[in-house]
Design a protein around this ligand. Structure first.
Ligand SMILES: [Zn+2]
Length: 436
């Protein structure tokens, strides 16, 4: 049995089908490529016009001084809020507005938003302008179905998620926009698939390891000390004593894909000796013993692992190599780290989304955890808000690929789910329980 509110909501969403398609297409046609972070102001102004027309109050906030922010490429964000008729809690939908570069291999125009066989094609359709459009339609249809709702709805469009989110959600969280006094529930409509609730992500540690040597003429390497050979010994130690151990550590986090349910380490880059020749230079390199080699590691760790142990493991490995090699010296520089986060399945937003998925799709929600991080990290760490999930339409595998698309039916279904969450959390129909 569906409540009257849910039936009105579903009708109202269905009536907005063409609007949802047009909205997604308009968003995709603003090429907000990051880096460098183009057209952020344009997309915020577009969203401002759209949301003010349905009674939202909006603020445009520039992440001034954040990485990448400049007068040429300002980091603009929008936060829109619509107050209800009575006091209550606030449900916030956060979407990033940036998209990654186009890349090769497209058969469609990446910024035309072509509609074909129920799919809209273009860079950012799936990740995540389709999710942003679905959340706007859900909110607008909810306001029509339940004009007397309590609390508030917020919708934000934020910069730079693809490059770490420092000019976007992190900046807003530092300014208090995600404080638990202001916001109680957060849904991030990233493309996790309409039947899945994403509870969080693994941790990350990026660090640069450098080995040192001594420069000398390449014809007399015995007069110098080769930093690359030292680094090769580090790699060898990783192959024999680290990678096999990481592969045995497994997590109770439901990470997808399953291969990521273990600790992993990627070597993001490796460089030794002279710099690469500049493009167009046709000469030969000169013969020198390299006095420096650098490697950037990308260690993804599990909620069961302690961050200090993760760091210690690398330091221990380097000390082992040092004990085996003469003149071995090294530095480790931390570049960036994020602690793993996972929202409890009993958190209100998780329970609400699970009920809504069951009602819309007729099946139990699947709980997943992301192998990589997304903006939930800032909401958790800076905003101190745990009641947060990623939930949205689209297939994660299509993100960042050529011919990326979003299915119209998927967007409609996830808009229904998001709308039901609003009924559940902001109206009496929800409080009375199981009517959804
Ligand atoms: Zn994304």
């Amino acid at each position: 049995m569906k409540s009257v509110q849910a039936e009105t909501l579903f009708r109202s969403i269905e009536q907005r089908r063409d609007d949802l398609i047009a909205l997604t297409q308009s968003l995709v046609r603003i090429p907000t490529i990051n880096p460098p972070g183009d057209h952020y102001l344009e997309i915020c102004e577009f969203l401002k016009r759209r949301l003010e027309a349905t009674g939202f109050e909006t603020e445009l906030i520039r992440g001034k001084g954040t990485p990448g922010d400049s007068d040429r490429f300002p980091r603009w964000n929008i936060v829109a809020r619509r107050e209800g008729k009575h006091p209550g809690e606030c449900v916030h939908f956060n979407s990033h507005t940036d998209v990654v570069e186009v890349g090769q291999g497209w058969t469609k125009d990446p910024f035309a938003g072509e509609l074909e066989n129920g799919k809209i094609y273009g860079r950012g359709t799936c990740d995540m302008k389709g999710g942003l459009a679905a959340s706007i339609i859900a909110a607008e249809a909810f306001v029509e179905a339940c004009p007397d709702y309590a609390g508030a709805i917020e919708i934000s469009g934020t910069a730079d998620e693809e490059s770490g989110g420092y000019g976007g959600v992190a900046y807003l969280a530092e300014q208090g926009y995600f404080s638990p006094e202001r916001v109680q529930h957060v849904i991030i409509p990233e493309p996790l698939q309409k039947d899945r609730i994403c509870l969080g992500h693994r941790g990350v540690w990026w660090a640069e390891i450098e080995t040192h040597g001594e420069i000398a003429h390449g014809s007399m390497p015995f007069l110098g000390d080769c930093a690359i050979r030292h680094m090769a010994a580090v790699l060898n130690e990783m192959e024999t004593s680290l990678f096999p151990v990481l592969a045995t550590r497994s997590t109770s986090m439901p990470v997808v894909p399953e291969g990521a349910r273990q600790s992993t380490l990627n070597i993001n880059s490796f460089h030794g000796g002279q710099d690469e020749s500049p493009t167009g230079f046709t000469g030969f390199p000169s013969p020198c013993v390299p006095d420096s080699a650098r490697m950037v590691i990308d260690r993804r760790f599990l909620i069961e692992e302690d961050f200090s142990d993760v760091q210690q493991e690398i330091h221990d490995l380097l000390e082992r190599v040092k004990s085996q090699r003469e003149k071995f010296s090294y530095d480790v520089r931390e570049l960036h780290h994020v602690i793993p986060t996972m929202t409890e399945k009993t958190a209100p937003i998780v329970e609400s989304a699970a009920k809504a998925i069951k009602s819309v799709l007729g099946q139990d929600a699947k709980y997943v955890v992301s192998p990589g991080t997304y903006d939930q990290k800032h909401i958790d760490r800076i905003g101190r808000l745990k009641n947060c999930i990623a939930y949205g339409p689209g297939l994660l595998e299509l993100a960042h690929k050529p011919d990326e698309y979003i299915g119209v039916e998927d967007m409609l279904d996830s808009a229904r789910v998001m709308g039901l969450c609003l009924i559940d959390l902001l109206t009496d129909a929800g409080e009375q329980g199981e009517k959804l």
